[in-house]
Design a protein around this ligand. Structure first.
Ligand SMILES: Cc1cc2nc3c(=O)[nH]c(=O)nc-3n(C[C@H](O)[C@H](O)[C@H](O)COP(=O)(O)O)c2cc1C
Length: 197
């Protein structure tokens, strides 16, 4: 059973981002995936310090392990000044080697924009981590939600469900081939073998 991890990059209570990720995860579950949500509000990460070794920090390792175990992801960000949230970017500084070769579906919640800028920013970060990203994404503004945080725009719902379905279907295929490509026929490592965790 493919493992799809949802990651919500907003720390706001009642987050629209979290709602979007939950909906896409639901569609992935309907395709037979095992799904789980990682809400950064519930797993606060310290600011990443590149000179530090976090191996003995059990709280951080629990988050890293969840990310390592997943085969593909649905990640959501609130749009902050045209970029992903600082909390989400900080997470990727901890886990870039764990996400290489794996597929992401990306979604963004905004105040009023289409989310293009923050989604491009998130996509660029993931590509630099050698992850795959679906060739389309979903943006939803506050107008697409009611006061209870439900999504009231059917087009947004449809696109989120498509993200969930496509991540669940294409993610395991890409990851399987990527892993195979790390080893030459004689067993010697090749490609990104020295990078992937
Ligand atoms: C610091 C900050 C910066 C923001 N920048 C933008 C922005 O550039 N464009 C936009 O449309 N909305 C912007 N917003 C609004 C948020 O994207 C919007 O409230 C969104 O719903 C947040 O997602 P959440 O509900 O998951 O927290 C900003 C909000 C904050 C707090």
């Amino acid at each position: 059973m493919p493992k799809v991890l949802g990651i919500s990059g907003s720390l706001r209570e009642g987050s629209h981002t979290r709602r979007m990720v939950e909906l896409a995860l639901q569609a992935a579950a309907e395709c037979g995936s095992a799904t789980e949500l990682l809400d950064l509000r519930e797993h606060p990460m310290p600011l990443f310090e590149a000179h530090r070794d976090y191996k003995d920090d059990t709280r951080i390792q629990a988050v890293v392990q969840k990310i390592r175990e997943a085969e593909c992801y649905i990640v959501g960000t609130p749009e902050y000044h045209g970029c992903m949230s600082g909390a989400l970017k900080n997470l990727f500084d901890f886990v870039y080697t764990e996400i290489s070769g794996k597929l992401f579906g990306i979604v963004a919640a905004t105040g009023g924009s289409q989310g293009v800028s923050s989604l491009d920013n998130l996509r660029a970060c993931l590509l630099y981590c050698h992850a795959w990203v679906l060739p389309y994404n979903v943006g939803a503004s506050s107008r697409d939600f009611d006061d209870l945080g439900n999504i009231v725009n059917d087009q947004v719902v449809d696109r989120l469900r498509r993200v969930g379905r496509d991540v669940a279907v294409y993610g395991p295929l890409l990851w399987e081939q990527f892993r195979r490509d790390l080893v030459q026929p004689d067993g010697a490592p090749q490609g990104f073998a020295g990078w992937v965790q």
